[in-house]
Design a protein around this ligand. Structure first.
Ligand code: ADP
Length: 301
């Protein structure tokens, strides 16, 4: 097969591993810098171009689109979809998953376990918003945050009020969430490929920290997850319409709750913590599922 990878940097671990796994399985794999792809949008034959060449006859495209280039990246992916190329994850699903609030609304509609979460626009409603999620301690999150930056634990009601007021004053979009204390500073990253969790790792926050992000000093280890956690992760990915997803789960005393569904999950952390060849699983999924014009949305929406 001819496989294109959309990635800003061919030297990134995830990109390198996908090239390696694809090549090993006999495919022709090429990395294209997403921001250097350009497109001819017309109703007869939409096309994709790169460094003066037209990209033709690709069977599949693997999007590795960072949050900061979602707008242009999903447009490039959509163009591939319009050309009939099979996307590992569809552009619509990626856009959907980049909106934390929308993602939570979609998952709530499907009855997937979630932390009790509140969202408001007006500062007048702060006291009620705090009461609604069960009072302090609670977690306040910037909707646009990543790698744990913009996630704040407010231990008292007064602290929560001040932080929410400050964020609202800056016109930042935030959500307010019950603090899952019983998770003990740990979360579980489930790596979903198709309808299976192919690898799972536990991330434990550093001492005195509640955020388990590896960028915040957390450490990762292999974990055996329960059937309930497995089902929750797979349903969360399916609800978002993602074939490949990193689903982050907290163990709460009301069962597994989904914090986030990531559409370009990193491969390094999970491969190192579990020893599982995740890149190979992704390539095998593509082999099984890639067919021309085989997308749910074909770039619609
Ligand atoms: P980001 O997308 O920036 O990584 P997250 O929402 O994943 O932000 O939060 C970062 C970390 O903070 C999580 O990995 C988890 O360890 C911790 N955390 C987030 N929300 C909660 C919560 N409601 N209760 C307990 N811990 C939480």
């Amino acid at each position: 097969m001819k496989i294109a990878i959309l990635s800003r940097n061919p030297r990134l671990y995830s990109t390198r591993r996908l090239v390696e796994a694809g090549t090993q399985r006999g495919h022709e794999v090429t990395v294209f810098d997403t921001l250097h792809c350009y497109m001819n949008i017309n109703s007869v034959e939409p096309s994709m171009h790169y460094q003066g060449n037209e990209l033709k006859d690709y069977d599949a495209v693997i999007p590795r689109i960072g949050a900061s280039i979602t707008f242009y990246g999903t447009a490039v992916l959509r163009q591939f979809e319009m050309m009939g190329v099979y996307p590992l994850n569809e552009s619509v699903a990626i856009s959907r998953s980049r909106d934390k609030l929308r993602s939570m609304q979609l998952m709530s509609r499907k009855g997937i376990g979630l932390p009790v979460t509140g969202f408001a626009h007006s500062p007048d409603d702060i006291p009620d918003l705090i009461a609604m999620v069960g009072g302090a301690p609670l977690v306040i999150k910037l909707l646009e945050g990543t790698q744990g930056i913009g996630v704040v634990l407010a231990e008292t009601r007064k602290a929560a009020e001040s932080v929410i007021e400050a964020f609202m004053g800056l016109k930042a979009n935030i959500m307010v969430q019950e603090f899952i204390q019983e998770a003990g500073g740990a979360d579980i990253r489930c790596f979903v490929v198709g309808d299976r969790v192919v690898a799972a790792m536990k991330r434990q926050a550093a001492d005195g920290e509640f955020r388990s992000n590896l960028h915040r000093g957390g450490s990762a280890s292999l974990i055996k997850i329960t059937p309930d956690e497995r089902a929750t992760a797979v349903r969360a990915a399916r609800t978002m319409g993602l074939n490949v997803a990193g689903v982050d789960i907290l163990r709460s005393n009301h069962g597994p709750v989904v914090m986030e569904v990531n559409s370009s999950p990193g491969i390094q952390g999970i491969e190192e913590a579990t020893g599982i060849d995740v890149a190979n699983k992704i390539i095998m999924f593509i082999e099984k599922n890639a067919r021309a014009n085989h997308t749910r949305t074909r770039g619609q929406g």
